[in-house]
Unconditional design. Structure first.
Length: 473
């Protein structure tokens, strides 16, 4: 079976136990799937006791005849039934972990053996109670329904459904034969066969359906992790292809012209200088193209970051409202890049910390500063205070990025269960003379004049008598 759930993501069973069942972890620190799993396990802890009370202890007490033998067997029956509930509470986690492919199969098998033994003892005591005529008529069916529930809930997680049903029907037939052997007839045998089969089916529905739902949810989490890793790998491949396309061609030309310059220099030909000037030009052009590739790889507009964050939070069930998104395109590229990182990190923190339902992102320009605020609810008071005091590695990295553009970052609680992050970046002064230079090549978005505009003069004017590569050969 393919490992599912936290074990598939972390790969360590001890970490699974620590993450899933650590009593020190608060409710808000768990992921949504972990919350669903915890609720399911709590339900599986309570269901056996509810059925023991409703279909074991309460019906048995008035049904017992007040004679020594029936009272002794009835008391033992109640004790073993309670032991079944205690055992299933102790082993339900291991049974679920085995179903999800992250538990120890040997331990799960030992748990099943003990559970089967307890169920066998309970059924044997019921047959003995019937043999001494210790129960009144009418309540036998309710009592017979309980013993199969604790065992069936764990057993249905270890075998296919068809196998489970066939073996339960066979066990039902054996139980009916045992009751017939001690003198039960007609309607009392029906009261044994029907409720026992219904109890087995009820155990299947309660345990198997819930565990299957959890397995699908954990598989979805694992698929999202794999999808994210594939997206990163695909982006790396794209970046590698772009670098290969840019550098491969230019490096081949540089190698060829360098070899040509060497041959010309050995023969004392002055054209060798022209070839090296051409090599220099191609190297500078390659440097410019590499910067464009890296810029296209890293740079993302602030408007796109706002839309992306809103979409990610909405997909997670968080209502996200963005105000001032129309101001993003009018900000300088350096400001957009810095605030884009803030939006990305803030959206990540909203998803990872607390259990938010609403998030508000506001972008505004105040004088000569661009101000971005991100406010969300659902943050525990302890978590918000700790995050504000320690800063975290993500917020520390944001402060470093903003400091490079003279910006500031503040973060901390903003009320009951609310967290506010504010980033301010000064708007750089624009030089009117930069406008003409920036329109020289709008497709690249590179406003610098270093590499492209300061190319040496000989690289632009080719000598009419420059020898070709073939002539040197």
């Amino acid at each position: 079976m393919v490992p599912l759930g936290t074990a598939a993501l972390k790969g360590k069973e001890t970490e699974v136990v620590g993450r899933m069942w650590g009593v020190r972890r608060g409710w808000h620190e768990r992921s949504k799937v972990e919350k669903v799993e915890l609720q399911s396990v709590i339900m599986w802890h309570l269901v056996p006791w509810i059925f023991f009370a409703c279909y074991g202890a309460l019906p048995l007490a008035p049904a017992l005849r007040h004679e020594p033998a029936p009272l002794a067997v009835g008391g033992a029956l109640l004790a073993v039934g309670a032991a079944q509930c205690v055992h299933v509470n102790y082993t339900v986690r291991r049974s679920l972990d085995r179903f999800l492919g992250r538990g120890n199969e040997a331990e799960a098998r030992r748990d099943l053996v003990v559970s089967a033994a307890l169920m066998g003892i309970t059924l044997a005591l019921l047959v003995a109670l019937e043999a001494v005529h210790g129960m009144k008529d009418g309540l036998l069916g309710l009592i017979v329904m309980f013993p199969v529930l604790p065992f069936g809930g764990a057993y249905c997680l270890t075998v296919p459904i068809r196998t489970y049903m066939l073996r339960m029907l066979a066990l039902d037939a054996v139980l009916v034969a045992a009751f017939a052997a001690v003198g039960s007839r007609d309607e009392r045998l029906v009261l044994v066969a029907g409720p026992f089969a219904f109890g087995a089916l009820l155990a299947l529905l309660c345990s198997r359906c819930g565990a299957w739902t959890l397995s699908v949810m954990w598989e979805t989490v694992r698929a999202r992790e794999v999808e994210a890793r594939l997206a990163v790998a695909e982006e790396r491949l794209r970046f590698g292809r772009d670098l290969h396309d840019v550098m491969g061609r230019n490096l081949a030309v540089i190698a060829l012209k360098s070899e040509l310059a060497v041959q010309l220099a050995r023969r004392g030909r002055p054209e060798a200088v022209d070839q090296m000037v051409e090599v220099q030009r191609i190297a500078q052009e390659s440097q410019r193209e590499v910067r464009e590739v890296v810029r296209g790889y890293r740079a993302t507009g602030l408007g796109a970051e706002l839309v992306g964050a809103q979409g990610v939070l909405a997909a997670a069930g968080i209502e996200c409202r963005v105000a001032g998104a129309d101001l993003a395109d009018g900000l300088p590229p350096t400001v957009q890049s810095a605030l884009g990182w803030v939006v990305r990190e803030a959206a990540t923190n909203v998803l990872r910390h607390g259990d938010p339902t609403q998030c508000r992102v506001t972008l505004r320009v105040e004088g000569e500063r661009a101000v971005l605020t991100v406010e969300n609810d659902g943050v525990p008071e302890a978590t918000g205070t700790t995050a504000a005091r320690s800063g975290g590695s993500g917020l520390a990295g944001l402060r470093e990025r903003l400091a490079s553009v003279a910006g500031t970052l503040t973060a901390g609680p903003a009320g009951k269960s609310e967290f506010l992050l504010t980033a301010e970046v000064p708007l750089p002064e624009r030089d009117p003379s930069e406008g003409d230079r920036s329109t020289a090549d709008p497709s690249t978005g590179d406003h610098s004049t270093g590499d492209r505009e300061q190319e040496p003069g000989p690289a632009r004017v080719r000598h009419e008598h420059q020898p070709s590569e073939r002539s040197v050969a």
